[in-house]
Design a protein around this ligand. Structure first.
Ligand code: ZN
Length: 454
């Protein structure tokens, strides 16, 4: 917290405190806890009070389409909720209030276990709809953020939503509360009675295990018979300037551990042992001997990286009984998780002279490679970028995975959001000018998409 931080404001004056609203307050030592405050002690609240001339209360009754047409107050209200994955801490309340004010029917969906931890943690999500008919365009995103620990180099309160020198600072500013605010602002700039069917799929565990967010909401939609026809994900896709890159797909990711088993023994009597380290070396050399492929129409060459070779044997005159290789493959559309698993199995079998019982292979597939072929969806976004920021984005498939890997099973999906330079870093920040430009890009895209749907 900056030393110049103002004294707590009285609850009666705080725009965040009225009507019994529960806002997260800082506990004295260990982060954040929820609780109503008779006198608002929240650093968040005080930071917001300092700038209340530009801030709107997150209560639905106080958001108006005019106010929501500016993405900045909404982005600040979202950043002010310390929604470190999988906690929500009011972030989806802010989204719900804004979308309700714009005429959306909002469903809140929680999955996982109350009080659960890790993979079992409860995750809050939101699905909202407005209008009827087809095609339905959905905007997808997440309100959860990665942590911002005190020792990670932040020079300001990561949840104070400070604005300084044209930048809005805060955890989630670019990944991806800012983009959610921009899309809502773009919708707010449409005529209120616009019939174009729109949906929002906003989830709370994209930065975590991604088990009880998008996957579960998509299952819920299927059970309800709810369909969407195209989806835009607001992940930060631009490396350095808005309009540089539009993601039309993502590489797949497969992690694997191959454990080679042998027979331990004395190094002086190798004929009585079976050394798995020698096979480990052969296997590692074989796996790295040649590139997996040369790339494809929309993808770079696949990349296989050995991440560890483990024997763990501290004794120089002992042949160990087992050895292990771990690796990760980021793969393009020449491969699938299953084809790569078979490839690894064949390589291990060869290193073990055809003995299936001499190794075990354990794989974890985080996502298959996918690509949305360029078409109307990408053209409309490219045109909107060109019109607003004068750049035609490249169609990219680089980088890590995102929840688009789940959505692609339901409908064509593309990703376009803010500039990712500071995402997950200390002093994450977004330029106010970028918030306005992205809102204009989304708005132009929406107008064209909705005026002549395919
Ligand atoms: Zn993200």
């Amino acid at each position: 917290m900056p030393s110049s931080f103002p004294a707590p404001c009285p609850a009666s004056r705080c725009p965040m405190a009225p009507r019994g609203r529960v806002w997260p307050a800082p506990s004295s030592s260990s982060g954040w806890m929820n609780g109503p405050a008779p006198r608002c002690p929240s650093t968040i609240c005080c930071a917001i009070c300092r700038a209340k001339e530009s801030l709107v209360s997150p209560l639905a009754s106080e958001w108006t389409a005019d106010a929501l047409a500016d993405p900045v107050p909404l982005a600040r209200a979202l950043i002010a909720c310390p929604s470190v994955t999988p906690a929500d801490n009011g972030a989806l309340d802010v989204v719900q209030a804004a979308l309700t004010a714009l005429g959306f029917a909002v469903e809140r969906l929680s999955f996982g276990e109350e009080g659960g931890e890790g993979d079992q943690a409860r995750v809050d999500n939101l699905f909202a709809r407005r209008g009827s008919g087809r095609p339905v365009l959905a905007f997808a995103g997440h309100t959860d953020v990665v942590p911002a620990p005190a020792d990670s180099g932040w020079t300001r309160d990561p949840f104070a939503a400070d604005v300084e020198d044209g930048l809005l600072y805060g955890r989630g500013a670019v990944d991806m509360k800012g983009a959610i605010a921009c899309f809502i602002a773009a919708v707010a700039r449409l005529p209120r009675d616009h019939p174009g069917p729109l949906a929002f799929l906003i989830t709370g565990d994209e930065e975590g295990p991604a088990l009880h967010g998008t996957v579960r909401v998509l299952e819920w939609m299927q059970a309800q018979g709810i369909t969407v026809d195209h989806c835009l994900v607001g992940e930060p896709t631009n490396p350095e300037a808005l309009g540089e890159a539009l993601k039309i797909g993502r590489r797949g990711s497969l992690s694997a551990t191959i454990t080679l088993r042998g027979q331990g023994g004395h190094v002086a009597y190798p004929h009585r042992a079976d050394n798995p380290v020698h096979r480990l070396v052969r296997l590692a050399a074989d796996l790295t001997a040649a590139p997996l492929d040369r790339g494809s129409a929309h993808f770079e060459p696949s990349s296989m990286q050995l991440t560890s070779l483990d024997v763990g044997n501290p004794t120089p005159n002992l042949i160990p009984a087992q050895a292990r290789v771990t690796l990760n493959i980021r793969f393009n559309d020449h491969h699938t998780g299953a084809s790569l698993q078979r490839w690894l199995e064949e390589r291990a079998l060869q290193a073990c002279d055809g003995r299936r019982d001499a190794f075990t292979l354990v794989t974890k597939l985080s996502g298959e490679a996918f690509v949305t072929e360029p078409g109307r969806l990408t053209t409309l976004l490219e045109d909107a970028c060109l019109a607003v920021v004068g750049r035609r984005p490249v169609l990219s498939t680089s980088g890590g995975t995102s929840d688009a890997r789940f959505i692609r099973a339901v409908c064509p999906v593309v990703e376009f959001g803010l500039v990712g330079q500071t995402m997950h870093k200390a002093d994450e920040a977004v330029a106010l000018a970028d918030l306005e430009s992205l809102t204009q890009i989304y708005h132009r895209f929406l107008e064209r998409y909705l005026e002549a749907p395919e």
